[in-house]
Design a protein around this ligand. Structure first.
Ligand SMILES: NC(=O)c1ccc[n+]([C@@H]2O[C@H](COP(=O)([O-])OP(=O)(O)OC[C@H]3O[C@@H](n4cnc5c(N)ncnc54)[C@H](OP(=O)(O)O)[C@@H]3O)[C@@H](O)[C@H]2O)c1
Length: 288
């Protein structure tokens, strides 16, 4: 990002994102594009923060008067205990991706769920009455699970850590329209569950940076499936590639990134987010 047209002064407001890793994050690109578009004297920077330093990091951000920050992998759930307050939605979900500093009080919000739902709505994909297979039980899966549970006909959670998966199942069961169940990641029933599902959402880190793979085989997918992978680096994960090859409907993580980022921007500034400028910044980067 070029800052030659921006002067940083003592009055410039500082925003950022905490995570580990954080070098994959496209949030600095899109949030800085939004600040510049609206002429807001602010800057958004990445803060790499190890889990064992989370508490110290949060105290540091608060002490330094950082105005707000996003929270990414792996801190979305652990950050909750270090904040002064949560809004209603974040408290219900148990995970935070957006923090605003209001006169020294850190207030947590969650925009991942609404970001995911807006993305599906914009793509003309309905969750109502659908059998959903949700990979993951971390911060993003909690938010998306809470957003879709009141509409989906059925939700099956698949996660590596069974205790975490079962905890999410119990939370979603309280608000779900249909049945919520859990199966372990390496479960032998996975093929049958994939074949029976109609909406598959990867809200885990599997597929990120091409390092791990969602254990779905190409032959299990058909054109009746819709596959939404919230991982956006790479833009087309292996899961999306095989889904496209099977003729399934696919949605990648970039639109959700924009939608949740736009909601964060609005929480911080109280102004409508300039989405087209944010999208342009992300597209320019992705296209290299
Ligand atoms: N597009 C967007 O706007 C957007 C928004 C939010 C997040 N994301 C992406 O979504 C992913 C998850 O984010 P998060 O904040 O939910 O992270 P998180 O809270 O750390 O949760 C990570 C999830 O991935 C699973 N996982 C991690 N490593 C794994 C492995 N080696 N094998 C199997 N499962 C593994 C974890 O399973 P265990 O419980 O077993 O550890 C957990 O379910 C990240 O890639 C993030 O970049 C994208």
């Amino acid at each position: 990002l070029e800052f030659c047209d921006q002067t940083i002064t003592g009055k410039t407001a500082v925003y950022g994102v905490i995570g580990d890793p954080v070098d994959h994050s496209m949030s600095p690109l899109m949030q800085n594009a939004a600040f510049r578009k609206l002429g807001i004297d602010a800057i958004y920077v990445p803060f790499s923060l190890r889990s064992r330093m989370l508490e110290a990091g949060i105290i540091g951000l608060k002490s330094l008067g950082v105005r707000g920050f996003n929270v990414t992998i792996p801190h979305k759930m652990h950050v909750v205990e270090h904040l002064d307050e949560l809004d209603h939605k974040a408290s219900e979900i148990g995970s935070v991706n957006t923090v605003v500093n209001i006169a020294g009080r850190l207030v947590g919000h969650n925009t991942d769920g609404v970001g995911a739902l807006n993305t599906l709505n914009q793509a003309g994909i309905s969750v109502s009455g659908r059998k959903v297979l949700l990979f993951g039980a971390g911060g993003a899966a909690h938010a998306i699970g809470h957003a879709i549970a009141p509409m989906a006909a059925e939700i099956t959670i698949v996660n590596r850590n069974p205790a975490r998966g079962k905890r999410l199942m119990a939370r979603l069961a309280k608000i779900a329209k249909g049945k919520v169940s859990f199966v372990a990641l390496k479960h032998t029933r996975l093929e049958r569950i994939v074949r029976q599902a109609d909406l598959i959402v990867n809200a885990s880190s599997m597929g990120m940076a091409n390092k791990l793979d969602v254990p779905i085989e190409a032959g299990w997918l058909q054109s009746k499936h819709t596959v939404f992978d919230i991982v956006y680096e790479p833009t087309e994960t292996r899961l999306l590639k095989i889904a496209r090859g099977a003729g399934a409907r696919t949605v990648n993580g970039l639109d959700m990134l924009l939608n949740q980022g736009a909601c964060s921007f609005e929480i911080w500034t109280g102004k409508p987010a300039p989405i087209s400028s944010m999208r342009e910044a992300v597209d320019r980067f992705v296209e290299g």
